[in-house]
Design a protein around this ligand. Structure first.
Ligand code: ATP
Length: 265
């Protein structure tokens, strides 16, 4: 049985004073445990919407998301520790008033509930697993670089021993060196913990480094699904060609950040 089965999922956003917008159309995908699915597509293709459905933050308008054989949205609390997320902007994703220990401990306290020395030991193990030091646990977000804070976000994501992690543009804001390091870290953690990833990205090169299978969304439709890197590399269909052509384009959010920084400077 597949760990994840997305079965004919469609999603519609209702909008005020404008017609409703269907952003996912009949998407079906499967993912085996211990594998990484690259979910590729240009801006607005519906990637993050699908990620939010997997996390249980939204309910699909139609279709079913089966997780470990269970309809994810049929339960009362679809958002459980077994699916976690790492977002692109780690500074926005954490509370600046919390220490690294508080941030990493959040899912631990919610889902595992360790106490005293066992809890502290687990925090030390987690921060060391992402390549930081035990002494970093008492630091605040502002004291970390973007790459270091992304490591904290990854430690938080693995803290509750999830089965699946949604990585939503998780390396897109990082410089080339940090991107390579974080991709290597994610690959190591996947091997070590038998993790399963959905890697949402517009960056074909990053996806090729981490993923075992590849899906391309265009305007909410699945236009390509490749079960291996070899199949993806060999693909010549127009959807893959369009992704390859777009691979050097800067992500719109990055463009906005750069523009703001340029205006400030
Ligand atoms: N909460 C929302 N309410 C209404 N429309 C939304 C909402 N979230 C996303 N959308 C719309 O749904 C479409 C798909 O957005 P989504 O963020 O899923 O795409 P994406 O592929 O992740 O894009 P990006 O790479 O830019 O993040 C877009 O047209 C977007 O404007």
């Amino acid at each position: 049985m597949s760990l994840l089965k997305i079965d004919q999922v469609s999603h519609v956003y209702k909008r005020r004073f404008r017609p409703a917008q269907t952003v996912l159309h009949d998407v079906s995908l499967t993912l085996e445990a211990g594998r990484c699915l690259g979910l590729l597509g240009s801006s607005g293709a519906g990637k993050s919407t699908l990620g939010r459905l997997l996390l249980g933050l939204e309910r699909p308008s139609s279709g079913t998301i089966w997780f470990n054989g269970v309809d994810r949205h049929a339960t009362k609390r679809p958002f459980q520790g077994d699916v976690q997320v790492v977002f692109q902007d780690s500074f926005a994703a954490v509370n600046p008033k919390l220490t690294a220990a508080d941030i990493i401990a959040e899912p631990l306290d919610n889902f595992i509930r360790l106490k005293g020395e066992a809890r502290q030991q687990r925090l030390v193990t987690l921060i060391e697993q992402v390549g930081l030091k035990a002494t970093d646990l008492t630091k605040y977000p502002a004291q970390f670089s973007g790459g270091q804070l992304q490591r904290i976000a990854i430690a938080r994501a693995i803290a509750a021993e999830p089965r699946l992690i949604v990585l939503d543009e998780a390396v897109s804001s990082l410089d080339m060196v940090n991107k390579r390091l974080i991709l290597a870290l994610l690959a190591d953690l996947k091997r070590l913990h038998g993790l399963t990833y959905v890697f949402i990205t517009h960056d074909i090169k990053a996806a090729e480094q981490l993923c075992d299978s590849f899906a391309i969304l265009e305007q909410g439709r699945l236009v390509g699904h490749y079960p291996s890197l070899a199949a993806f590399d060999a693909a010549t269909d127009p959807a893959v060609e369009r992704m390859r052509q777009a691979k050097l384009a800067v992500h719109p959010r990055q463009r906005m950040i750069r523009k703001t920084q340029a205006n400030k400077g």
